[in-house]
Design a protein around this ligand. Structure first.
Ligand code: TRP
Length: 332
């Protein structure tokens, strides 16, 4: 295996936004040409908060269909549901015995989430980063495309790998590194452009859903918060305008600075119209492909079954190796 291994996952919660599309999915599609890519709908992670079972099932399938619609190619990448590859949960236990309470207590996401869900601070919320480490280490992953909000978790995965390598042999785990996309990584909320565009934003005007109808996209962009100086420039402090320029740049393949030059002398109305048009055209084929794929349950099933089978074969190799190194009796 000469190509490097990539693993990334998205939790099936909320909906896939333009931010996810630009910051993650669009890059994932590019990465498949150069790397061995594993992309997972990490359903096990999503039950740290209570889910409605039927809604979860539907959302999982919808996320998978959306990955495919965005251009993740099951001939090139391994696409699967985390819960279908049971080695994730098994490795997670082995790793949890090499992870300290102190380390997990320091995770800012745990602190934030337990403040938000005071009535359900379950053990899974606490050990969430260990399961994420298992996702990554199970495939001897070299590179992990993640957003900035996941660096602390990735750092923990590295620490666990390094620790276990010291104890059980330096070739036990590949120590993974983060992969941060060169451009378009951070798309902000349209309503509060100082915070990230979030799929769990209670105000749907803050985000663009990848499957929003063209009229809805146009309306949301028209309502986007800008500023009162009326000058289109990519500049410190002009959060709203910067965000629109970042979106435009990411979709049309140029830097936001370059995009700003193209709009010189125009007003915010014109900017918004053109950003909306660009986004609508970018997402049109995704929406059309999605409609086809989600209707073809047979195809979807084939994709996730094949994916789980391939992932499982790779996962099993690592799991057996680790079980062996920890001193468990070989399965004969
Ligand atoms: N925790 C990640 C998030 O919320 C999702 C995730 C789970 C993940 N396992 C992963 C991302 C492994 C990268 C690699 O965004």
């Amino acid at each position: 295996m000469d190509k490097k291994m990539i693993f990334s996952g998205v939790q099936p919660s909320g909906c896939v936004t333009l931010g996810n599309y630009i910051g993650a999915l669009k890059n994932w599609v590019k990465l498949q040409e150069e790397y061995h890519c594993m992309y997972s709908v990490v359903d096990l992670h999503s039950i740290t908060v209570r889910q409605d079972p039927e809604a979860l099932r539907e959302r999982c399938l919808s996320f998978l269909a959306l990955y495919l619609a965005c251009g993740i190619d099951p001939e090139k990448s391994i696409l699967f549901f985390q819960s279908h590859v049971t080695q994730h949960a098994e490795l997670s236990w082995l790793l949890s015995c090499h992870t300290y309470m102190g380390e997990l207590s320091r995770m800012t996401q745990f602190k934030d989430k337990s403040a938000k869900h005071e009535d359900n601070i379950n053990a899974g919320l606490f050990t969430y980063p260990v399961l994420m480490a298992a996702d990554i280490l199970l495939y001897q992953t070299d590179l992990v495309p993640v957003g900035a909000d996941q660096t602390q978790h990735l750092e923990l995965a590295r620490d666990i790998a390094i620790r276990m390598n010291h104890t059980y042999g330096e070739d036990t785990f590949v120590v993974p590194e983060g992969y941060y996309a060169p451009v378009g990584a951070r798309i902000m909320s349209l309503q509060d452009p100082t915070s990230k565009m979030s799929k769990s934003d209670p105000n749907p005007n803050g985000y663009i859903w990848v499957l929003d109808a063209p009229e809805v996209i146009a309306k949301k962009i028209k309502r986007a918060v800008t500023d009162s100086d009326g000058v289109i420039a990519y500049q410190e402090g002009k959060h709203g305008v910067n965000n629109l320029l970042s979106i435009y740049g990411a979709v049309t393949g140029q830097t936001p600075q370059k995009a700003a030059e193209g709009f010189a002398g125009q007003g915010y109305g014109a900017l918004k119209t053109q950003v909306a048009e660009a986004v609508i055209e970018e997402l049109r084929p995704v929406r059309e492909k999605y409609a086809q794929i989600i209707a073809d349950k047979e195809y979807l099933t084939k994709v996730y079954k094949d994916g789980a089978e391939k992932a499982s074969a790779l996962a099993e190799k690592t799991l057996e190796k680790i079980q062996n190194r920890l001193g468990f009796v070989k399965r004969g």
